[in-house]
Design a protein around this ligand. Structure first.
Ligand code: FNR
Length: 191
């Protein structure tokens, strides 16, 4: 069974290595039907503008996450945490209170960096938010992808053959299995 996946990429940069890894994850697995949900146009979250007629960008973002079966976060680390744009998107999707579009959505968190630590700090800061958002986040395999440069990708922007591609392929398969597991558990509990 195929799964619709909303991908949130934490980088707004055109040539983002995170965006390329996200596209590769989807290309490497035929059961993940992915859509990258853009976050660059979301006004900074302000409850004052989020009343009866929220900004169109808020509504577009919320609808896109709501309609997906799973959420895949692929993000760089900024100053050992998540980029502000990504945190803002999380804040937008989490409101109005009680109507979070993230609640109970199976998720996976992948961090990609040219640095040695593979965005570990961002990965775990994001996990802290995911606990409060009540998202069942895949725990293994962990995905701190370090030492990633433009050299890892071919002309098509997708990962070239090699260890990183093999790891990303495993991540995709594990995420599809994770969504199966969460869905089956939910059906058993809720009928
Ligand atoms: C970075 N970068 C970075 N890298 C890292 O491993 N840990 C960090 O804490 C930071 N901090 C940081 C802050 C800011 C403001 C920027 C712009 C960058 C470097 C970052 O990993 C690198 O630019 C990546 O290429 C960003 O990912 P994208 O845009 O290529 O997907």
């Amino acid at each position: 069974e195929n799964h619709s996946i909303a991908i949130i990429v934490g980088s707004l940069r055109d040539g983002s290595i995170n965006r390329k890894v996200a596209r590769s994850m989807c290309a490497l697995h035929d059961r993940l039907d992915c859509t990258i949900v853009e976050i660059g146009d979301l006004p900074l979250y302000n409850p004052d503008i989020d009343g009866d007629s929220p900004p169109e960008a808020y509504t577009r973002f919320r609808d896109a996450i709501r309609s997906a079966e799973g959420v895949l976060f692929v993000t760089p680390e900024y100053n050992r945490s998540v980029p502000g744009a990504l945190k803002n998107a999380i804040d937008v999707g989490s409101r109005p209170y009680g109507k979070s579009v993230f609640a109970k959505k199976p998720a996976a968190i992948v961090t990609v960096s040219p640095g040695a630590l593979g965005g570990f700090g961002a990965n775990h800061h994001l996990r802290q938010s995911a606990v409060f958002l009540d998202m069942p986040v895949m725990q293994q395999p962990e995905a701190y992808l370090g030492h990633v440069s433009d050299d890892a990708f071919g002309k098509d922007g997708l990962l070239k053959d090699g260890d990183l591609k093999n790891l990303v392929e495993k991540l995709s398969a594990a995420f599809a299995d994770w969504i199966d597991l969460i869905k089956a558990g939910r059906e058993k509990l809720l009928g």
